[in-house]
Design a protein around this ligand. Structure first.
Ligand code: NAG
Ligand code: NAG
Ligand code: NAG
Ligand code: NAG
Length: 306
């Protein structure tokens, strides 16, 4: 009788210990997928998850990940968490095969509150096509020198070698704005103008390319077309690291500003090991307490054989 009780007790104690430890290794509810792209901090698809600077940004539609900012919607081709960058594309971005005019392109500009978090990379070239002579792009430069230059070895001279240009045709490019005739294409880095807005810049179209390899790439047909954007949580990495290390998921409060660590049964303003902001008790402790109680009974039964 006592031995049967012992076996049963041992079984339940072991079970409770398993349940208690299973509670600790729980799945992060903020991590998700869209097609084959992993969505992880600071990004998220759910409101309340991720970093507040990245809220209302990504949307998943039929396994296609979309990035939405004030200049428009872009398809996300890749999120590189190691290099903190993402690669975007949109249908009105000209490539080596197609040139799209008519001022339809998104370009790239973000809401002022979001701008600290996103910046096209320094090796991303924006090539502005068919801008008017009155374009702000050509104003304010002494002796009518143009702001156009090569970025990471990519520029308009080489871009003109693309098959798409043999269809459209182009004028020659000089380094000065002579006789009111602007260049057909002007390449700039994002840093130079801070916002690629085709209607504001009075341009017909644009292309954007980036180089991943440090070595010189063969030619414009080998460039990667798309917008390479660097993201940053503004030196605020520590909060999420500490939160995840204690088993929490990183998120933010309903004010859309304050960061929150979502623990199993409560939200913390620091991490899941801090008791100061606990809003309810934790099942981990309850589980361990019950297992401990059963083990105690087991020991008592074992030491009092009848
Ligand atoms: C994701 O799928 C697309 C095609 O559906 C493919 O081109 C791309 O390389 C895949 N990306 C990864 C990271 O597997
Ligand atoms: C682009 O510029 C136009 C004209 O200045 C302006 O109306 C529009 O709001 C700008 N778009 C963005 C996304 O800033
Ligand atoms: C860009 O590079 C090309 C090819 O190397 C060169 O011919 C051209 O002068 C450069 N353009 C500018 C604006 O520096
Ligand atoms: C924790 O915060 C998230 C996101 O703001 C919210 O959905 C959830 O209900 C909160 N949980 C608790 C226990 O307060």
């Amino acid at each position: 009788m006592a031995s049967l009780f012992l076996i049963t007790l041992t079984y339940f104690s072991t079970l409770m210990l398993h349940l208690a430890s299973a509670n600790v290794v729980h799945v992060n509810p903020c991590r998700s997928y869209c097609g084959n792209i992993t969505i992880d901090y600071p990004f998220s698809l759910q409101y309340g998850c991720g970093h507040p600077g990245f809220r209302d940004l990504l949307f998943c539609m039929n396994d296609v990940l979309m990035f939405h900012i004030s200049s428009g919607s872009y398809r996300v081709l890749e999120i590189d968490y190691a290099y903190k960058s993402l690669t975007l594309h949109e249908p009105h971005l000209s490539t080596c095969d197609t040139i799209i005019l008519g001022c339809k392109g998104n370009g790239f500009s973000v809401e002022p509150w979001r701008s600290p978090y996103f910046n096209p990379t320094a090796d991303n070239v924006f090539m502005l096509i068919g801008c008017s002579a009155q374009s702000p792009l050509f104003q304010g430069f002494p002796e009518k020198h143009l702001p156009c230059r090569n970025v990471s070895g990519m520029g308009c001279e080489e871009y003109f070698g693309c098959p798409a240009w043999s269809v459209v045709g182009h004028r020659q490019v000089g380094s000065k704005l002579g006789s009111g005739q602007p260049p057909e294409c002007c390449a700039v880095a994002f840093e130079a103008i801070k916002a690629i807005n085709l209607s504001k810049l009075e341009c017909e179209g644009y292309s954007s390319a980036y180089s991943l390899a440090p070595l010189r790439i063969a030619g414009p047909s080998e460039w990667s077309y798309g917008i390479r954007v660097r993201y940053s949580v503004q030196g605020n990495e520590e909060f999420c690291r500490a939160c995840e290390a204690t088993g929490g998921a990183c998120g933010y409060g309903s004010d859309g500003v304050r960061q929150l660590c979502m623990c199993e049964n409560f939200n913390s303003t620091s991490n899941c090991d801090s008791v100061s902001s606990a809003t309810s008790s934790r099942t981990w402790y309850r589980g361990s307490t019950l297992a401990g109680y059963l083990l105690g009974m087991l020991a008592w039964v074992a030491s009092n054989p009848s």
